[in-house]
Design a binder for this molecule. Structure first.
Ligand code: F0G
Length: 360
């Protein structure tokens, strides 16, 4: 029997999106990502913890949800091409959906500020990549100018179509759980995602699909935490390059979302981010990139500070796949020692790692 297969977020949520019968649907069947119950973290902190694994999207990050809507609408508007500034994931997503649409794509990135996997994706999809000697925030300003100059459609999250599509992560969480969770934790960089999540939960609440609204907890890296410090950070620093952003485009909307939901912004150190990434990989079986792990790092910190009410359901949005930034991980790990190709040497290596032979 043929099974009905998932046809992407536009077909799933067409009635809630700015899509009409004439819109050409440019999709890679994004969305419908796993909502995975925690195996160890939840029992450790005695909360009901779930992971929304956005790295399972076609290009490996949550950006695909907004991109399918933005690129479809750009096609409908007979756009000449798309352009974005990016710390890597938006670039990978924009270039893939542009390739799918047959549209040219330009991305402007901070030189040296993009993880290798993301740059490879973007180049593989045939985008024009301009690497500026500057920050993401400078790349953003230059992109806005170049968009006008070259008559290209901006697919950064200041484009409302991106936000429309990104709401679907909130809708999927509610559709799977049957209600909104108590708390949603996510990393915040340019602040589009937290804006979209709040919009999404509010839309479902307004339609009586859910009967309560979650608190949104936005996590930033300590060296790149403008929303926590309440000031622009001219030279943001963190190993989580995806959220190395000092002046988020959706600043006010993010502040409003966190406040209206009863949530807050928190800063976590790089060491906490790496520890959360390790926990996710080693104990939960989910490989998330460092920026993504910031959400969990924040939940762990709130719990340690006694600021996580008991009995709550917590959803942590894991925004991007760990393979995108393999360097962030491999830098910490020794490569496996080489051994001769004999069963004795292999057995010795296995034993050395703490495994015992049968019957011993
Ligand atoms: N997590 C990952 C993996 C990201 O790539 C980003 C943003 C965020 C979280 C933060 O989301 O910007 O909506 O607050 N990446 C953008 C990019 C900036 O260019 O790929 P946000």
């Amino acid at each position: 029997m043929r099974r009905e297969h998932w046809r992407g977020i536009i077909e799933a949520y067409r009635h809630l999106l700015p899509i009409d019968p004439q819109t050409p649907v440019i999709t890679l069947f994004e969305g419908n990502t796993p909502l995975v119950a925690s195996r160890t973290v939840g029992s450790r902190i005695k909360r009901d913890v779930w992971f929304k694994v956005e790295g399972a999207n076609p290009t490996g990050s949550f950006k695909d949800r907004g991109m399918t809507v933005a690129v479809s609408r750009a096609m409908q508007a007979s756009s000449r091409g798309v352009i974005c500034a990016s710390t890597g994931n938006t670039a990978a997503s924009a270039s893939a959906y542009a390739a799918r649409a047959g549209l040219p794509c330009v991305v402007i990135v901070p030189a040296g500020g993009v993880a290798a996997g993301k740059l490879v994706q973007t180049l593989a999809h045939g985008a024009t990549v301009v690497a500026v000697d500057g920050t993401f925030d400078q790349a953003g300003a230059l992109t806005r100018k170049a968009a006008v100059q070259f008559d290209l459609t901006s697919v950064n999250s200041i484009n409302p179509d991106r936000i429309h599509g990104q709401q679907t992560v909130a809708w999927e969480i509610c559709d799977t759980m049957g209600e909104a969770p108590d708390l949603v934790a996510l990393p915040v960089g340019n602040a589009g995602n937290i804006t979209a999540l709040w919009q999404g939960f509010q839309a479902y609440h307004g339609r009586d699909v859910i009967h309560r609204l979650p608190r949104l907890i936005g996590m930033q890296a300590a060296g790149a935490a403008p929303l926590v410090e309440g000031r622009v950070i001219p030279e943001p620093r963190t190993l989580a390059s995806a959220i190395r952003i000092g002046n988020p485009a959706s600043w006010q909307k993010a502040v409003d979302a966190a406040k209206a939901s009863g949530g807050v912004f928190h800063a976590v150190d790089d060491s906490e981010i790496l520890e959360a990434q390790r926990l996710l990989a080693e104990e939960e079986g989910v490989f998330a990139e460092p920026a993504s792990a910031a959400g969990l790092a924040g939940v762990m910190r709130l719990w340690a500070m006694n600021r996580l009410p008991p009995g709550e359901t917590v959803v942590v949005v894991l925004t991007g796949h760990g393979l995108k930034d393999a360097d962030a991980w491999s830098a910490r790990l020794p490569l496996p020692a080489r051994v001769p190709p004999t069963s004795e040497a292999v057995a010795a290596a296995i034993e050395q790692a703490g495994h015992s032979e049968r019957g011993r």
